[in-house]
Ligand binder design. Structure first.
Ligand code: ASP
Length: 317
């Protein structure tokens, strides 16, 4: 077996998964990092941070829609495909750039996942930007009220009530920014960031903080990033599954489609119409597929222009 980091170099390429304009901005930023000699990890961190810094983005960063109690909780993660080190940060409040916190964790700590208030304290200790208030603005809370009216009749027990909220919310407001980068040394990195499914259960963790679920990178084979209902990506071990398939000789498009098939099986078992978007890249090629997401767009750059494409494979259930 090849050692991580020893893959043949085929060119600089990177991409982002997103259905809004943010994906393009993330990729453009990451391209600048790579072209000025930055590493794949730097490109991923800065590309993702670009989107976390957009105050109007409703599904990434502190502008994201809050949990059911009105607090914004963020999840992010980053992985180095050379060392197979990864760190996720989950249920993080008040931290402007969770991806930067995940990167510092990756570089400086032996841990793979740090959660909750301790993650915020770590961000403060590391001198990262932390704001004072985790409450979402009043407009976001107004939207929650609307949803509350929709689910009001499901009053028989907390779990039943919450399942209904999740079902309603997961159809409407969520997305993740994910970036995969390959640098001039042939190192591959991947990272993700989200405020999660809007009005989620407090403390709920997205795939975007969990290496192997929402993101995975191995410089021998490539990387994968996911967006969509995180519970499905976690249960399908979606990003790791994609990279495992690359290691077995699948191309990125075939691997993305196989992950969507696995997610569809989970959706069928649950009798739910979950959505998921998967982007998979090797050092020379990229593929994407989606479940129940008809216009799933992904952004990529393989030198030349940044391109936005519709996933060529969409499975509807
Ligand atoms: N994966 C994120 C979550 O589960 C949201 C999304 O990408 O749509 O919260």
């Amino acid at each position: 077996m090849k050692k991580p980091g020893s893959g043949g170099w085929e060119g600089v390429g990177l991409l982002a998964a997103s259905y809004h304009d943010s994906g393009r901005r993330a990729v453009e930023r990451a391209v600048r990092v790579l072209l000025s000699g930055g590493s794949a990890l730097d490109a991923v961190e800065q590309g993702v941070a670009e989107v976390e810094n957009e105050p109007s983005n409703e599904s990434v960063g502190l502008g994201g829609l809050p949990n059911w109690l009105g607090e914004v909780e963020l999840d992010a993660g980053i992985m180095d495909g050379d060392t197979l080190r990864a760190c996720g940060v989950a249920v993080v409040k008040r931290v402007k750039n969770p991806i930067k916190l995940a990167r510092r964790c990756l570089d400086e700590l032996p841990h793979a996942l740090i959660v909750g208030d301790a993650a915020t304290k770590l961000a403060e200790a590391l001198g990262l930007e932390v704001v004072k208030d985790s409450r979402a603005p009043p407009e976001a809370l107004e939207r929650r009220k609307k949803l509350e009216r929709e689910v009001a009749e499901a009053s028989s027990g907390l779990t039943r009530y919450y399942s209904k909220i999740f079902r309603a919310a997961s159809k409407v407001w969520h997305d993740t920014i994910g970036v995969i980068a390959v640098d001039a040394k042939g190192s591959v990195a991947a990272g993700t960031s989200t405020s999660g499914v809007a009005f989620k259960f407090p403390g709920r963790v997205a795939d975007s903080a969990i290496a192997g679920a929402g993101f995975y990178a191995d410089s021998r084979y490539g990387a994968a990033i996911c967006t969509g209902v995180g519970e499905v990506a976690i249960r399908a071990v979606a990003a790791f599954r994609a990279v495992l398939l690359l290691s077995q000789g699948y191309g990125p498009q075939e691997a993305a489609e196989a992950v969507v098939e696995a997610a569809a099986e989970i959706a069928a078992l649950d009798g739910e119409r979950y959505n998921l978007g998967v982007v998979v890249a090797t050092k020379r090629d990229v593929g994407a597929a989606a479940l129940n997401w008809e216009s799933f767009l992904y952004v990529y750059w393989l030198g030349g222009e940044v391109k936005v494409e519709k996933a060529p494979y969409v499975k509807l259930t």
